[in-house]
Write a protein that binds this ligand. Structure first.
Ligand SMILES: [Fe+2]
Ligand SMILES: [Fe+2]
Length: 153
C-alpha cells in the first residue's frame, strides 16, 4: 500500500527487503487431538496471519488495532473454552494452565494499550512475539492438556 504521509492513520511501511511477514500454517503437527480445540487454534492462526500481513503491508494503525482487538477477543474466548473443558474433565494441571493464560492475556493487553496510544502500531518484532506466544503455548501447555482431554472426553 502507498503511504502518502506520516498521518495518524498511516502505519510505517515495512523497510524494503525486510522479511517481516511470517505465515503460519495449521497442520497435524499442531493438533492437540481434540477437534473443538484444534478448530479454535486454526482460527487463531488465521487471525495471526491477517495481522502479520497487515503489519508487513503497512496497513493503517486503525486497521491493525481492529485486527489485534479481534485476535485478543478470540483468544479470551478460546482460553475460557479450554478452561471449561479442563474443569469439566478434572484436569489436574488446570490451575497452572490457567495461570499461563492469565500471563499471556496480560502481555496481549499491554500490546493493545500501546496501540491505543496515539498513532502507534505494532512492529514486526511484536508480531513475532505473538507468534512465539501462540506456538509456545500450544506446544508447551495445550499438547499435554489435549492428550489428557482426548482420553477423558
Ligand atoms: Fe491453553
Ligand atoms: Fe489453546
Amino acid at each position: 500500500m502507498v503511504v502518502a504521509s506520516r498521518g495518524e492513520h498511516r502505519a510505517h511501511p515495512a523497510p524494503a527487503g525486510e522479511a517481516t511477514m511470517k505465515e503460519l500454517t495449521w497442520d497435524q503437527t499442531l493438533s492437540v487431538e481434540v477437534p473443538e480445540i484444534d478448530e479454535d487454534h486454526r482460527r487463531l492462526v488465521d487471525l495471526y496471519n491477517i495481522l502479520s500481513h497487515a503489519v508487513a503491508e503497512g496497513e493503517s494503525a486503525e486497521y491493525i488495532a481492529a485486527v489485534t482487538d479481534e485476535l485478543i477477543a478470540c483468544t479470551v474466548w478460546h482460553f475460557r473454552h479450554e478452561e471449561r473443558l479442563m474443569l469439566k474433565h478434572g484436569y489436574d494441571g488446570l490451575a497452572e494452565h490457567k495461570a499461563e493464560h492469565e500471563e499471556l492475556m496480560a502481555s496481549a493487553k499491554d500490546l493493545q494499550q500501546k496501540l491505543q496510544d496515539q498513532g502507534k502500531t505494532v512492529s514486526s518484532d511484536e508480531v513475532q512475539f505473538l507468534e512465539r506466544w501462540l506456538m509456545g503455548h500450544i506446544y508447551g501447555a495445550d499438547m499435554p492438556m489435549g492428550a489428557y482431554l482426548s482420553k477423558a472426553m
